[in-house]
Design a protein around this ligand. Structure first.
Ligand code: HEC
Ligand code: HEC
Ligand code: HEC
Ligand code: HEC
Ligand code: HEC
Ligand code: HEC
Ligand code: HEC
Ligand code: HEC
Ligand code: HEC
Ligand code: HEC
Length: 314
């Protein structure tokens, strides 16, 4: 008890030193990762800004959470600009020497070096599965998606995020512009509503473990359980739908009756709806079937809760 109080007091004292003390000293005392602690500071952000304050792009970082001096978890609460750019004493002495970590331009550091700076603070929560993820194994850098020197990082904004992803994922751009699509280009749904680009325990970087769990986060009414289930719906929504966009209405991969006939094509009205034979016991052609196909009658295609819903008609 007494001991914990002393420790609490000392660490409170240390954080004051870290915030207000000379930066070189802060470097030694900051409870950060070894990488960050090893930096011999060139003198805080002010020293860098002496030369860089005329570049509006550089200065825009001051409006971001990274520039919170009072937050000892933030770069400016630690070694300022050097928390990310690494030791830059030599650069301050002569601009012919570059800072030790560069994120852009022809001299940019290796992907490992760049990501290492970010992961020193951000290997948490959303990024639990970063190692081994599709983006990590394909040598993608945090800064391929994130922009740091900007007031609001475009990848964090619903409306601007897709454009960034589309620069590498052209197929999804094409899909999102098809006749039927999730309202992605409209800015109502965005990639990270369904995907975690930092890695996932499920397939295709999905946020949830399965496709269906991902869909249920918004289409809750499809979760069931239903009195009468339609087997393929429980198995995988993508048996009938495509997630980004299709040329058929309702994001369908194919139009009924063809969609249904892939599985229901034995005989009777399922096989010949257009000709109209044997439609639900009728012998004449049924115009409703001709016009719209199977879901005109089997409207509860995702399952039914009606006691009379055996055939998914109500
Ligand atoms: C004496 C002036 C001066 C100081 C002090 C200074 N820089 Fe620079 N820095 C420059 C000049 C000039 C350039 C090259 C032109 C440019 O990119 O603005 C440059 C370039 C850079 C670049 C881009 C390098 C590249 O090739 O892509 C980074 C990053 C950088 N400085 C970071 C820092 C950091 C961090 C500090 C503080 C530790 C700092 N600078 C202090 C003058 C300075
Ligand atoms: C959180 C990490 C981080 C911090 C802190 C940081 N930078 Fe950067 N810096 C970056 C990244 C990443 C880039 C690449 C461009 C981008 O994402 O905006 C960059 C790019 C630059 C460039 C090149 C800009 C250009 O014109 O291409 C300069 C110069 C620079 N930083 C200077 C600074 C200075 C000065 C500070 C402190 C005031 C600072 N940086 C703090 C991460 C950081
Ligand atoms: C010294 C620790 C530290 C380093 C290094 C660092 N960050 Fe951060 N970052 C923070 C803190 C603290 C926040 C604000 C609290 C939060 O959102 O978790 C933050 C916030 C963010 C945010 C959210 C910004 C917002 O507007 O909400 C992003 C994105 C981010 N960091 C990406 C990066 C990337 C990419 C790098 C590497 C270039 C990096 N960070 C380096 C500590 C750090
Ligand atoms: C393929 C693009 C992409 C890459 C690569 C990427 N991010 Fe992100 N990041 C995003 C998107 C999109 C979001 C918004 C997530 C959301 O809204 O759920 C985000 C959000 C964040 C946030 C803010 C949310 C939070 O966790 O508090 C941080 C911090 C962050 N990323 C850090 C990183 C770091 C560190 C790396 C590198 C290891 C990285 N990101 C690599 C796309 C990416
Ligand atoms: C700098 C290029 C780049 C950017 C930007 C980028 N990606 Fe990727 N992405 C890749 C590469 C490369 C792969 C792995 C190869 C592949 O499957 O295409 C990949 C894989 C994926 C996968 C997994 C595909 C699979 O088959 O398992 C998803 C999902 C994904 N990215 C979503 C996103 C999202 C969402 C964004 C925006 C937040 C984004 N990506 C931004 C390059 C990028
Ligand atoms: C409504 C949810 C949802 C949204 C929004 C979404 N995706 Fe997907 N995405 C999925 C699902 C589900 C899959 C899995 C497809 C499969 O298994 O065949 C997928 C697969 C992918 C793949 C892998 C494709 C392949 O053929 O293997 C990439 C790349 C991808 N998405 C990128 C994106 C990008 C980029 C965005 C934003 C423009 C985005 N997604 C928006 C649900 C979504
Ligand atoms: C982030 C929320 C969200 C997630 C997750 C989501 N959707 Fe959607 N979905 C929407 C929105 C919003 C609409 C448009 C509703 C509207 O326009 O009335 C929509 C519409 C649809 C439509 C009808 C399209 C049309 O043209 O009428 C289908 C089919 C659909 N989603 C299937 C899926 C499938 C399959 C998944 C899982 C891969 C999924 N959704 C995941 C939000 C989501
Ligand atoms: C057996 C094929 C099939 C499967 C599997 C399927 N759907 Fe559908 N879905 C359809 C058809 C057909 C329509 C069009 C119904 C109409 O036009 O009235 C539709 C329409 C929709 C719509 C828009 C109309 C509405 O009912 O809200 C959403 C949203 C939707 N499906 C979500 C899902 C989700 C989520 C899953 C997975 C849990 C799923 N679907 C699985 C065939 C299917
Ligand atoms: C991927 C295969 C598949 C697709 C596609 C499919 N179904 Fe089914 N459907 C099944 C299975 C499996 C059952 C349950 C098996 C059974 O009871 O005969 C079923 C059951 C049904 C039933 C209830 C029949 C009964 O005897 O209980 C109806 C009605 C039905 N489906 C209509 C449709 C319609 C309409 C479509 C197109 C929108 C469709 N199905 C698409 C596989 C599929
Ligand atoms: C005019 C309304 C109507 C249309 C259109 C219709 N059905 Fe049916 N369907 C029914 C009714 C009613 C039943 C109940 C059993 C019966 O009376 O034959 C049924 C039964 C079924 C069954 C289960 C019984 C069996 O015969 O195996 C399946 C599977 C089925 N329909 C699939 C389809 C498919 C696939 C289509 C489109 C190609 C379709 N239906 C179009 C009304 C319709």
């Amino acid at each position: 008890m007494y001991k914990t109080l002393i420790i609490a007091f000392i660490s409170a004292l240390m954080s004051v030193v870290v915030q207000y003390g000379p930066t070189a000293q802060a470097a030694e005392m900051t409870p950060a990762t070894p990488d960050h602690a090893a930096i011999t500071s060139a003198g805080g952000p002010e020293a860098c800004l002496k030369c860089h304050e005329t570049n509006p792009k550089v200065v825009s970082i001051l409006a971001t959470p990274h520039a919170m001096k009072g937050d000892k978890n933030a770069p400016f609460g630690q070694n300022g600009c050097e928390t990310c750019h690494g030791s830059s004493t030599a650069h301050v002495e002569s601009r012919k020497n570059l800072p030790s970590v560069l994120f852009a331009g022809p001299n940019k550091s290796s992907v490992e070096a760049r990501n290492g700076q970010c992961l020193g603070c951000h290997q948490d929560n959303l990024r639990m599965n970063w190692q081994g993820s599709q983006h990590e194994t394909n040598d993608k850098a945090c800064t391929d998606c994130h922009t740091i020197h900007v007031a609001k990082d475009p990848v964090l904004v619903k409306a601007t995020q897709p454009e960034l992803c589309f620069t590498c994922h052209a197929e999804q751009r094409a899909d999102a512009n098809k006749f039927s699509h999730h309202p992605i280009v409209e800015g109502k749904v965005t990639c990270s509503d369904c995907h975690n680009p930092h890695g996932s325990p499920g397939p295709k970087l999905l946020k949830e473990f399965t496709v269906n769990e991902t869909c249920y986060t918004c289409h809750m009414e499809k979760r069931g359980p239903m009195l009468f289930e339609h087997e393929p719906v429980r198995e995988n929504c993508l048996t009938c739908h495509s997630p980004h966009g299709t040329t058929q209405a309702r994001l369908l991969v194919e139009r009924p009756p063809y969609l249904c006939q892939e599985c229901h094509a034995n005989s009777g009205h399922q096989a010949q709806p257009i000709a109209g034979q044997n439609l639900a016991g009728q012998t004449a052609a049924n115009v409703r079937a001709m016009a719209k196909g199977c879901v005109t009658c089997h409207s509860q295609i995702h399952g039914s809760n009606s006691p009379n819903g055996t055939f998914l008609t109500r």
